[in-house]
Design a protein around this ligand. Structure first.
Ligand code: NDP
Length: 314
């Protein structure tokens, strides 16, 4: 099947849905290609307590459902398809894994980023039930707990330092002796009396229990990489801080990115180097990565696209 739209939005997190709300409300025919994880990263968190407007907090998946409903209210249509090929000549063509083709005059890229995970046994099972990849999102739920933070870069140092506001103790579990973290962040962590380091160590497995359908992480299996000896350790929670990966592979080589794959936009705007293609949310933001900043840049992308389309037609 092939169909033509004024604006196609790739991605369905806060950035994509906000772009859809604004673009459809501006009267454009908008299709949202929701991708393989409809709702984006917020669907793997539990309570969102820092999104303004929800005084009592809201569950991440529920919040994304409300965003989607609001976009649909103005006529935007969701397709639960994953774009796997993009042609960059205008009008843009987006092909999906499901075998359909979408043509659009303007494309808003809101494909987000994915936290890198360890890929070991139990990690998926206990994600959001004791395992997290976002200290800002979930740290608050670990008051007075002992926590592990995995990683040796700035993300791990930052998350560990942040988590000491809540946790009774934080141990950074890193797979070697040397760190990628900048000196300043490493020193800050070293000086923090609540932070310890466990080096040359990896987590091989996450284990827990399930009571009345409620899963809870209880222990992890730690392995010393020098001796290969393993031991099981009780722990309140584990934060994976081994970095994020922007979901920009589809656009590599044509749309400019930085060395780590984040899409570069013209400062203060959402314009990419390809006229008619705009980028918003975490795929172009390695710094803030918050739902509210993603939503803000989604709004910018819709306004930029609207003005650009009008200029093409005018
Ligand atoms: P990095 O790539 O710098 O570090 C990732 C860390 O995770 C490394 O120590 C790596 O170990 C470890 N790691 C990776 N994969 C695994 C795995 N499978 N198992 C165990 N450990 C693993 O990523 P960051 O996200 O920390 O930083 C990315 C960029 O963002 C950097 O430029 C950083 O400076 C910047 N940043 C800046 C911040 C700030 O200034 N406030 C905050 C956060 C990030 P190994 O070293 O052995 O490869």
């Amino acid at each position: 099947m092939s169909s033509t739209h004024k604006v196609a939005i790739i991605g369905s997190g806060p950035a994509g849905f906000t772009a859809a709300i604004y673009a459809s409300r501006a009267g454009f025919d908008v299709t949202i290609l929701e991708g393989e994880k409809p709702g984006g990263q917020l669907t793997i968190t539990t309570d969102v307590e820092n999104y303004p407007g929800y005084a009592d907090g809201i569950m991440g998946p529920e919040m994304m459902e409300i965003f989607r409903k609001q976009a649909h209210r103005f006529g935007a249509k969701s397709k639960y398809e994953h774009v796997n090929k993009v042609s960059f000549e205008r009008p843009f063509k987006l092909e999906t894994e499901q075998g359909n083709e979408y043509t659009a005059d303007a494309v808003i890229i809101a494909t987000g980023a994915s936290a890198k995970l360890l890929g070991v046994k139990g990690e998926d099972t206990y994600m959001a039930h004791g395992v997290s990849a976002c200290a800002t999102c979930d740290g608050f739920f670990f008051k007075n707990e002992e926590l592990y933070v995995v990683g040796g870069g700035d993300t791990a140092m930052e998350e560990a330092t942040f988590l000491t506001k809540f946790a009774s103790k934080v141990t950074i579990v890193h797979r070697r002796q040397e760190f990628r973290a900048s000196n300043i962040m490493l020193e800050r962590a070293r000086k923090n009396p609540k932070i310890d380091f466990m080096l040359d160590t990896v987590i091989d497995e996450f284990k827990g229990s399930e009571t009345n359908g409620l899963k809870k992480l209880e222990t992890v299996v730690l392995r010393d990489v020098n001796t290969n000896e393993t031991r099981e350790q009780e722990i309140g929670g584990v934060f994976i801080g081994i970095g994020h990966r922007p979901n920009s592979d589809l656009f590599r080589g044509v749309i400019d990115t930085d060395d780590t794959g984040y899409i570069l936009t013209k400062p203060g705007t959402t314009y990419t180097n390809v006229p008619g293609m705009f980028a918003c949310g975490d795929v172009q933001d390695s710094v803030y990565r918050q739902a509210v900043t993603a939503a803000g840049s989604g709004c910018m992308a819709a306004i930029d696209a609207e003005r650009w389309l009008e200029a093409q037609e005018g």
